[in-house]
Design a binder for this molecule. Structure first.
Ligand code: SF4
Length: 64
């Protein structure tokens, strides 16, 4: 299973992740909310782009 984690201490809520994967991320003021933490194959490419393009590197994928 693949999970996505966000470090809310460094997330600044810019919402790049929401643009890449709106089914998973919802930017809210100064931080992001995760709409789901378990990432299925359908969302995986979008989430990988969000991880890559997050300007503060607040996101990471965890394989379990
Ligand atoms: S792109 Fe990064 S900094 Fe911006 S809201 Fe998403 S997780 Fe936070």
């Amino acid at each position: 299973m693949t999970r996505v984690e966000v470090d809310l201490d460094i997330c600044q809520g810019h919402g790049v992740c929401e643009m890449e994967a709106p089914e998973v991320f919802k930017a809210h003021r100064d931080h992001v909310k995760l709409l789901q933490t378990e990432i299925d194959e359908a969302a995986r490419e979008d989430v990988e782009r969000a991880v890559t393009y997050c300007p503060t590197a607040a996101l990471r994928l965890v394989e379990e």
